[in-house]
Structure formats: structure tokens, C-alpha cells
Design a binder for this molecule. Structure first.
Ligand code: FMN
Length: 182
């Protein structure tokens, strides 16, 4: 059975290492018959969460702020799998991804108990080094808090410049993760 997948791409580099992981993942996922929608967050107008706790009134446009998150909300609503894709920036996810993810809180606000819609999730990351521990801690806490289930993580260290990832075995790992989705 095909699944709907949303990818939030938090890298600012269109042809960077995160993009290569996404491309490999997408190839696998689409070949397995799934439907993938990617958002390149860096080129979108997405402001940070205001922490107003005033959202959740309109399920189609749940945030009080009106910006490009309104393009993401309907796709997020339909998606069964949420892929968080990001370079490692100072031991954590990029600001672009953090901004967008925080704004998904407005969807939880549609529920009287702030319950998040049940989803599966995956993590794709690129980094110069290999200091993924803090992000993994965050990801696992997030998974527990949201009540989501992770289907996999692809963490590619040792890549700095655009193109460094070429020929890296992690690309095949990302493709296989995509292809495993049925
Ligand atoms: C602001 C900034 C912070 C970074 N912080 C880290 C870091 O903490 N650890 C690391 O290994 N690499 C770090 N990097 C390197 C990137 O993670 C690496 O270049 C990655 O391949 C970029 O992915 P991209 O090509 O998808 O943009 C940093 C890069 C930038 C620009």
C-alpha cells in the first residue's frame, strides 16, 4: 500500500549533502510506490513560533501567523510519514527546520489535549564530523513526546562541502530506507 510522505528539508544548500540523502531516499520511496512531497524550507517565508498558544482554531490554517507554513499544513495533515532532513549545525538541527517544526505545534493545538496526529518519522542528516548524539537524544524525546514511531535514521558524517557525499554508502542506506516503506 502506498504511503504519503512529507520531507522537511532544513538545508540551505539546494545541491548539498542533505539534498543528496533526500534524493536517494525519494528514489527508493517512489520506486516502492509511495508519494513524496518535499519542502525546501530555506526558500520559504516561515517565521518562528510566537508562543502565543492562540492557534488551533482553524484546522486548515491552524497558526495565527499567516505565512508559507500554510503550504505545509495541508500536506502534513495528509502525510503518514514525516521526514526530518537537515545538516548538523552546532550539534543540532538547522534553524530552518527548527522554525518549521515548532510551528507544527499549531496542529496539536487543534486537539483539546494537545494530542499530535499519529505519524511515523525518519531522520536524514549530513555533517562534517560525527557529533550526532545530541540530535539523537532530541529526536528520541520528540518521538516519545509526539507519540510517533521512527522508521529509521540515516546519519552521514564526514561530509563538509557540496558534493562530498558523492559515492558515500549512506546514499544507498537512504535509498533502502525509502524503498522499505510499503
Ligand atoms: C553554521 C554551521 C554549523 C555547523 N555545525 C557543525 C557541527 O556542529 N558538527 C559538524 O560535524 N558539522 C557542522 N557543520 C558542517 C555541516 O553539517 C556540513 O557541511 C554538512 O555537510 C552540510 O550539509 P548540507 O550540504 O546539506 O548543507 C556546520 C556548518 C555550518 C554552516
Amino acid at each position: 500500500m502506498s504511503k504519503k510522505i512529507i520531507i522537511l528539508n532544513g538545508s540551505p544548500r539546494k545541491s548539498g549533502n542533505t539534498a543528496a540523502l533526500i534524493s536517494a531516499f525519494t528514489t527508493g520511496a517512489e520506486e516502492a510506490g509511495n508519494q513524496v512531497t518535499e519542502f525546501f524550507l530555506d526558500s520559504m517565508n516561515i517565521r518562528g513560533c510566537k508562543g502565543c498558544f492562540g492557534g488551533g482554531k482553524n484546522p486548515d490554517r491552524p497558526c495565527v501567523q499567516k505565512d508559507d507554513m500554510d503550504k505545509i499544513y495541508p500536506v502534513y495533515k495528509e502525510a503518514e510519514i514525516v521526514v526530518l532532513a537537515t545538516p548538523l549545525y552546532y550539534w543540532t538541527i538547522s534553524g530552518q527546520l527548527k522554525c518549521a517544526f515548532d510551528r507544527l505545534f499549531a496542529v496539536a493545538e487543534c486537539d483539546p489535549n494537545y494530542r499530535n496526529p499519529p505519524k511515523e518519522c525518519a531522520l536524514l542528516m549530513a555533517a562534517e564530523g560525527s557529533g550526532f548524539e545530541e540530535t539523537l537524544y532530541w529526536y528520541e524525546r520528540l518521538e516519545k513526546h509526539l507519540g510517533w514511531k521512527s522508521i529509521g535514521k540515516v546519519l552521514c558524517g564526514g561530509v563538509m562541502g557540496v558534493g562530498d557525499i558523492e559515492g558515500n554508502e549512506k546514499l544507498e542506506e537512504a535509498r533502502k530506507l525509502g524503498a522499505s516503506i510499503q
